[in-house]
Design a protein around this ligand. Sequence first.
Ligand code: HEM
Ligand code: HEM
Length: 162
Amino acid sequence: MTAPTGYSRTQIALHWVAFGLIAAQYLFKDAISNAWDQIKLGVEAGFDPLVLAHVAGGALVLLFALWRLALRARRGVPVAIESTRIQGILAKLTHVGLYALMILMPVSGAVAWFGGVQLAAQGHNIMKVILLALIALHIVGALYHQFVLRDGTLARMRRAQG
Ligand code: HEM
Ligand code: HEM
């Protein structure tokens, strides 16, 4: 399979929608955190739309990550723009980690929420920090490409091609 010259419209849309959904998971996390605290105390948590949004938003992140992986396998992605070998490896590891956590975060959250498994909630809490760190690294990388290397990497995630 020859690599396409750019990401498709669907790949780009899925990237940015997932970004928005993940940002919302962090910004509006208090509702599910409080509900979980109440459940741990044995109190029945009342209906809260923000709790539902956390569960549904997380499920969509999982769905979109699997969709993106399927597109990656079927259609492919453009060849990576690497300034050095180390930078290329770092970018690859970051992408693998981001995909892994877009799957593991919803799965651990669901096991905690629907299965009442405290250990899964602990894993969810540890992974939320790792995911945030990877996102920060990924954004620094994107800005480095944009403003230091000026190699058009960011433009590839804005305009569809191939
Ligand atoms: C990419 C998807 C997800 C992200 C980024 C995410 C992120 C977060 C964050 C930042 C918190 C706050 C933890 C804290 O500081 O107190 C949290 C808590 C929680 N999330 Fe998620 N979440 C995701 C998906 C889900 C899903 C799909 C479910 C359930 C079906 C879920 C269930 C929970 C539960 C039960 C808590 C409370 C855990 C605790 O406070 O110990 N999450 N999540
Ligand atoms: C929740 C936040 C984010 C996640 C989980 C995420 C995830 C990913 C993943 C997994 C890829 C690899 C796509 C593939 O080749 O299959 C990617 C590519 C990319 N992301 Fe993000 N991303 C996030 C936020 C951002 C932000 C805020 C920016 C810009 C500042 C950005 C810029 C890019 C660019 C430019 C690429 C293309 C890299 C290339 O062409 O080699 N991402 N992102």
